[in-house]
Design a protein around this ligand. Structure first.
Ligand code: 3HC
Length: 305
């Protein structure tokens, strides 16, 4: 059963979800109707504000570079926004062709959601999770339509990062998988194909590297700033590992690493550094809370004095 993707639902308008809504609404290859779902009107207000500000920011950059006139930016912005609607009612997703879930990484919340989505969306609808650390097969099983469930794993900031990991389980219909790869291309991003393994490709390589940098902090091998500068200037990374951990969220890093330690205790790359646990316990979650390995004000960071 293949139907074309025209209407896209996004569940969760937080850090990742708002960027996914923006990317789908600004697709260069297709005009998608996009529905953003949140639990409360307040959460919709916050998500909508971020989406509108971010679309405006992107268009203003194009104006500043002489790629668009002010008038074109204004009419394009209005056109992108007209493609997006918002709801707190899950029934609003019933006629979507693709639903991308980007809610909190809690299986106790996610699995019942997939069961409900399997019942309320039309049978041809593809369900995709943006999870970074949970098994897609578990959500596929809960949905009652495992052949139409994939992972679509975006990267933060979604508006800038070009990669999307397209994750298949043993049950994923190959035609659904190809449709999802084509969807990723249509929103101007690059799809890579992954199996349903811990961390897929990027996080399996990246998160252990972040943990190694934190272990250097635990051992006192080098300062936070010197570790980061080393990877920026010595390895050409846009951000050092500790700044990146702050940027991703230290609670997210801990959640991923702890899950791996619990599930794969004999894998030596999976460890929880002491400094990571201590900072999360102290409510220092990185950029989102204003302090982690650095102090943050928006995108600007400085040393913790
Ligand atoms: N939203 C929209 N646009 C943004 C943005 C945001 N949040 N942050 C930056 N941008 C845009 C800017 O507008 C600017 O656009 P322009 O080139 O058109 O002028 C461009 O990105 C560069 O931004 P800045 O000049 O402000 O800053 P930098 O050059 O330092 O880039 C960065 C910022 C893009 C965040 C860069 O430091 C970077 O690439 N860092 C690494 C990010 C990364 O590795 N992400 C993956 C994390 S892992 C993950 O997400 C997986 C999860 O499962 C854990």
């Amino acid at each position: 059963m293949t139907t074309s993707i025209n209407k896209v639902g996004v569940i969760g308008l937080g850090l990742m979800g708002h960027g996914i809504v923006q990317a789908a609404s600004m697709a260069p290859g297709k005009r998608y109707e996009v529905v953003g779902l949140e639990a409360t009107e307040d959460a919709i207000g916050a998500g909508k504000g971020r989406i509108e500000a971010s679309i405006k920011r992107q268009l203003s950059r194009s104006v500043a570079r002489g790629k668009l006139t002010e008038a074109d930016a204004e009419s394009q912005g209005a056109d992108y926004l007209s493609r997006i609607s918002y709801t707190t009612d899950r029934a609003g997703l019933a006629d979507c062709d693709l639903v991308i879930e980007a809610i909190t990484e809690n299986p106790a919340i996610k699995l019942p959601l997939y069961t409900e989505l399997g019942l309320l969306t039309k049978p041809s609808c593809i369900l995709a999770s943006n999870t970074s650390s949970l098994k897609i097969a578990d959500m596929a099983g809960a949905s009652g339509r495992p052949d139409r469930v994939v992972g679509l794993h975006f990267f933060n900031p979604v508006q800038v990062m070009k990669l999307v990991e397209v994750v298949r389980t043993d049950a994923t219909d190959p035609a659904v998988f190809e449709q999802c790869r084509a969807f990723v291309n249509s929103i101007g991003k690059h799809p890579v194909s992954c199996k349903d393994t811990p961390g897929f490709i990027v996080n399996r390589l990246l998160v252990p590297a972040l943990a190694q940098a934190m272990l250097m902090v635990d051992r006192g091998d080098a300062s936070v700033e010197d570790i980061d500068k080393s990877m920026e200037l010595g390895a050409g990374h846009p951000m050092g590992p500790l700044a990146l951990a702050d940027y991703v969220g230290l609670d997210t890093c801990l959640f991923i690493l702890q899950g791996w330690v619990d599930n794969f205790p004999s894998e030596p790359a999976f460890v929880v550094p002491d400094c990571l646990r201590a900072m999360v316990d102290a409510g220092k979650l990185g950029r989102k809370s204003g302090e982690g390995f650095y102090k943050w004000e928006g995108d600007k960071r400085g040393p913790v004095s």
